[in-house]
Design a protein around this ligand. Structure first.
Ligand code: NAD
Length: 360
């Protein structure tokens, strides 16, 4: 079957890591008899250079015509790149925020998975790590405190800043459904994180999540207060499968969860809308310091491509094969510089892509 995909190579190491992910996807097509057609789109600095703006209507329209978008990363070195002499709304990052908004991507997924071969990079003690952990943080991305009304006023000579945290039940329901759908593809447990002992928005969150849970009798639901969750992530990360939470809590907890896995070059992510469509990208930036040197770790992008197979194309078997190939290559001791340790074999970006593709 033919699938239409869009690729955004982007800036810095973006083109190198997307090239390797495409290599792996091509191998998946060969092995499983699929045909993927790719449209390359410009975003960020690459779009500024070609079109004078970080995002064009053409890029949005072509992304919408695709089943999913796989992105490298965008942006340059803020100290030296001419892109950062432009006003903020014309800089590379504005393109990224613009495309997320245009595609209505309200659900952000960030897995935190510890490969046993990379245990040494995990800052937690061995007895806490055990056999490793495998969780998925599902963060609401377009509501809450970051999108509420805000202002700074002065009252009787005293400055006062106000930010508002708003959620309506529809916003909560759609992200909760997404969270339970993802849990159905995993170990069928959802931990909904809130601050329901204090916040009204959290009390509504909890009520709606409980309603949605009725539609998923196979999934176990638990509620956890955000302060407790921050502790539990470092005390016993193994207990988590899907963590479902609002925008700001998710922002903080997903960074905490990714740090306990240790390596930035390994972390994938997805942003989804109400349909099967998603934008898939590594959690790291464009690493201009190592761009064009065959040093970048392509694994986060390759694992993002695996998420794309699983969540946008419903190709679970193919996604499993890509993830297993990454594990196999790590098991054989191949490492890019960022995850290198004694006794392993150092490889470049292109060779890492070749090795993973060959394992499929
Ligand atoms: P960064 O993630 O690009 O780099 C931080 C450090 O990690 C650097 O030393 C880099 O060499 C290293 N690193 C990152 N990814 C790596 C990989 N795959 N393999 C090996 N090493 C890797 O963060 P930064 O330096 O703060 O930002 C650089 C640019 O990226 C900025 O313009 C920033 O705005 C942009 N950025 C983009 C995104 C995105 O596209 N979603 C996200 C974050 C940052």
């Amino acid at each position: 079957m033919e699938h239409k995909l869009a690729l955004i190579p982007g800036d810095g190491i973006g083109p190198e890591i997307v090239r390797e992910a495409r290599k792996v996807l091509d191998r998946v097509c060969e092995k499983y008899g699929h045909t993927f057609t790719y449209t390359e789109l410009l975003l960020g600095g690459a779009s500024i250079d070609a079109n004078g703006v970080p995002l064009t209507e053409e890029t949005v329209a072509l992304a919408k015509e695709s089943e999913a978008v796989l992105m490298g990363s965008i942006g340059g070195d803020a100290a030296t790149s001419p892109w950062y002499k432009l006003e903020p709304s014309k800089r590379p990052e504005a393109g990224l925020l613009g495309i997320r908004k245009a595609l209505n991507l309200f659900a952000n997924l960030r897995p935190a998975y510890l490969y046993k071969e990379l245990k040494a990079a995990c800052p937690l003690r061995d007895e806490i790590i055990g056999d490793g952990f495998d969780m998925m943080i599902m963060r609401e991305l377009t509501g809450g405190l970051y999108f509420g009304e805000r202002k700074t006023i002065e009252e009787n000579g005293v400055k006062k800043a106000i930010d508002t945290l708003t959620y309506d039940e529809n916003e909560i329901r759609r992200i909760a459904k997404r969270g339970f759908d993802i849990a159905m593809k995993r170990r069928k447990k959802v931990t909904s994180v809130d601050k329901a002992n204090v916040l009204d928005s959290s009390r509504l969150w909890r009520k709606v999540v409980e309603e949605v849970a009725q539609e998923y009798p196979e999934v176990t639901l638990e509620h956890m207060l955000v302060d407790n969750c921050a502790m539990q992530l470092v005390k016993d990360p193994k207990q988590f499968d899907v963590i479902l939470t609002e925008n700001m809590f998710g922002d903080i907890l997903s960074d905490e969860a990714s740090m306990v896995t240790g390596s930035i070059g390994m972390l994938s992510s997805a942003s989804l809308n109400e349909t099967k469509f998603g934008l898939y990208e590594p959690s790291h930036g464009s690493a201009p310091d190592i761009a064009g040197q065959d040093k970048a770790n392509p694994i986060a992008t390759i694992l993002s491509a695996a998420m794309m197979l699983r969540y946008s194309l419903d190709m679970d078997q193919e996604a499993d094969a890509v993830e297993a190939a990454v594990s196999a290559v790590l098991e054989k001791g191949y490492r890019t510089g960022d995850i290198m340790s004694e006794g392993c074999t150092l490889v470049g970006t292109a060779q890492m892509g070749d090795l993973i593709a060959a394992e499929i």
